[in-house]
Design a protein around this ligand. Structure first.
Ligand SMILES: Cc1ncc(COP(=O)(O)O)c(C=O)c1O
Length: 383
């Protein structure tokens, strides 16, 4: 006897990087050391100010349920961040605190789309977009991108995509690190407005930038939904806290959804996140380290045959074309882990059609780990 299984649940793909992490853990359990270039998270804890605020909240607050949209001081502080960072005045009423950006996606999708709607997104891209859309009976429409368009959606690509109801843009992108400029974001936003398409802008890697400036969709659009998080720049992955910035008419629908789905977002994390904005010096220090790591890999990896990268303007990833070395990136990554003790993520996680010829290297770890990775890969390629 077995119970009913949903078709939509069965249609959701695994997140392959999790499989790589499991294989790496197995190797470590067997006594080997592994350099982790697969994980997409900072290797540092939350900023000191956030930790102090969390301790104080534990001592003074009962950590009960709070308002579904988030505690007012945090919503105000996030609105201030938009004034300070992008010079845009946004009302705190439009800020919705979420359980990581991952908690924001289903809310944004459910508030914007009906079952069967078609949402365009760049390939390669972050796999959870597609997988969450699939779970919600929404159709993910790949926009195959290339180095020529810097792996970002363009109006020309959208014109060829057939009827669409939504567009997800991620800048800086995971896995490529490439960004959308101000003019490009404006063109995409205007096209979406003309066509009645909802623009969803994933800005989770804002703050982690090496070349050029990030543009927030809120600078160029009144109807876009902005998704952001404390996970990356703020170095708070496990606190599971993020936010949405939404047009006024979506606030109440999302409030109703979040009341029913989650009641509220973890209260302790909200207190910590509020104080995290005071950790700027510490957090900017992490970004300087990421830059040093990126430069070290960009100069060290060509010697081992890894020399075809997307321009890593932001985030902490190198997306690497390995088609001259393998036609099976999954096996290539397995072998690299087994023989060199270096874990990376095969491109099939990000681009189902073309990812057999690519892999993603995360440089979020320490600089010493990057040096060791290059040393190991050099020894490996001389095998
Ligand atoms: C592009 C992108 N969006 C969203 C997320 C989800 O992050 P979180 O739920 O921790 O905010 C990730 C995590 O790696 C990501 O790379």
């Amino acid at each position: 006897m077995s119970g009913k299984l949903s078709r939509r649940g069965g249609a959701v793909d695994p997140f392959i990087v999790m499989d790589v992490m499991a294989a790496a853990a197995e190797k470590e359990a067997a006594g080997d050391t592994v350099i982790h270039l697969e994980v997409g998270q900072p290797s540092t804890p939350a900023p000191k100010a956030a930790l102090a605020a969390a301790h104080a909240a534990l001592d003074s607050d009962k950590i009960g349920y709070v308002a579904a949209l988030g505690i007012p001081p945090l919503r105000e502080r996030i609105a201030r961040y938009y004034r300070e960072t992008y010079g845009v005045d946004v009302s705190a009423d439009r800020v919705i605190v979420t359980t990581g950006s991952s908690g924001g996606f289903p809310l944004a999708f459910l508030a914007s789309f009906d079952a069967g709607d078609r949402i365009a997104l760049a390939a390669p891209g972050y796999p959870a977009y597609r997988n969450i859309l699939t779970a919600l009976n929404l159709e993910a429409v790949d926009l195959p991108t290339s180095a020529a368009d810097r792996f970002q959606p363009t109006v020309a690509a959208l014109e060829k995509a057939g009827r669409i109801d939504g567009l997800i843009v991620a800048s800086p992108s995971n896995p490529t690190g490439t960004m959308v400029g101000h003019g490009e974001m404006k063109a995409l936003a205007e096209w979406c407005d003309r066509k009645g398409v909802r623009l969803i802008s994933d800005e989770i890697y804002h703050g982690i930038v090496y070349e050029g400036d990030t543009v927030s969709a809120v600078e160029v659009s009144d109807s876009a939904i902005v998704v952001n998080s404390f996970s990356k720049y703020f170095s708070m992955t496990g606190w599971r806290i993020g936010w949405l910035l939404v047009p006024q008419d979506l606030v109440r629908p999302i409030e109703r959804l979040t009341q029913n789905f989650f009641i509220s977002v973890p209260t302790l994390s909200q207190h910590a996140a509020l104080a995290a904005f005071d950790g700027k010096d510490e957090l900017d220090g992490h970004v300087r380290r990421y830059r040093a790591n990126r430069d070290l890999l960009l100069s060290g990896l060509p010697a081992v045959g890894l020399d075809r990268f997307a321009p890593a303007e932001g985030a902490f990833y190198l997306y690497c074309d390995v088609a001259h070395l393998t036609n099976d990136s999954r096996e290539f990554c397995r072998q690299m882990l087994r023989e060199a003790g270096v874990a990376t993520t095969p491109g099939v996680d990000f681009d189902r059609a073309r990812g057999a010829g690519t892999l993603r290297i995360s440089f979020a770890g320490s600089t010493a780990e990057m040096e060791e990775a290059v040393r190991r890969l050099r020894a490996w390629r001389r095998l």
